[in-house]
Design a binder for this molecule. Structure first.
Ligand code: PGA
Length: 242
């Protein structure tokens, strides 16, 4: 079954390396899954150009919680859309932890992204401490509820959810795939209760070509959000054909 693979390049490549990788993936021949590439903002408009004759879509890694104004260093969702992107990652744990984004800011960003006609990829995930103290489900439920407060989702495809246990990101220790399946089912049910829509939930956190199949064979896992393993053409190609 066709799944969604999102390549989150973070700040993992130089300007030149990004251009090189984009040129490479634009030549990928038939592959199984649906690819969304999220380069850094400097490369976003050009990425959309380079990939325009392919089925590959692009996304921003973040957006401002305002459309325009005196917000030095911020990027407007309207401009991300104008650059040709269809998606935007919101609430990644690195944004929450390092840049102190809270649930109300994330809620505002989701609203702004939807107004700009972008499809948000809303990231959720528990920390190791929250996991160890048995708070995973309440934490996920509250992240979801707060992020979606006052938001009406018209079509299920307008919003994607990404479940990324914080402790699994970049650690080389993914969640065990059967547990991930149970968590995805839980998140999908909570999301249905809140929005009335069957939203796709994808998994992220130390996905590699060697473990990707364990996740995508699961019924409730609609795809993968991949950081480190999406930075080389060879491993990205493998992920697309798993
Ligand atoms: P990782 O990152 O694949 O390098 O663990 C995933 C993410 O942060 O989206």
């Amino acid at each position: 079954m066709k799944k969604i693979i999102i390549a989150n390049w973070k700040m993992g490549l130089t300007f030149k390396e990004t251009q090189f990788l984009l040129e490479k993936i634009s030549t990928f021949e038939a592959y199984r899954h649906f690819l969304i590439v999220c380069p850094d903002f400097l490369n976003l408009a050009q990425a959309t150009q380079i990939l325009k004759d392919t089925k590959i879509k692009t996304g921003g890694q973040n957006c401002s919680f305002h459309h325009h104004g005196a917000y030095t260093g911020e990027i407007s969702a309207l401009d991300i859309k104008a650059a040709g992107a269809e998606y935007v990652i919101i609430g990644h744990s690195e944004r929450r932890r390092i840049f102190k984004e809270d649930n109300s800011m994330i809620n505002q960003k989701i609203k702004i992204a939807l107004e700009a006609k972008l499809k948000p990829i809303l990231c959720l995930g528990e920390s190791l401490l929250e996991r160890k103290t048995g708070r995973t489900r309440p934490v996920l439920s509250s992240q979801l509820k707060n992020a979606l407060k006052g938001i009406k989702i018209r079509k299920a495809s307008d919003l994607l959810l990404a479940y990324e246990p914080v402790w699994a990101i970049g650690s080389g220790q993914p969640m065990e795939s059967e547990e991930a399946e149970r968590m995805h089912k839980y998140i999908a049910e909570r999301a249905f209760a809140l929005t009335g829509k069957r939203l796709a939930v994808i998994y992220g956190g130390s996905v590699k070509p060697d473990n990707a199949h364990d996740f995508i064979k699961q019924k409730n896992i609609a795809g993968l959000l991949v950081g480190g393993a999406s930075l080389q053409a060879k491993s990205l190609k493998r992920l697309l054909n798993i």
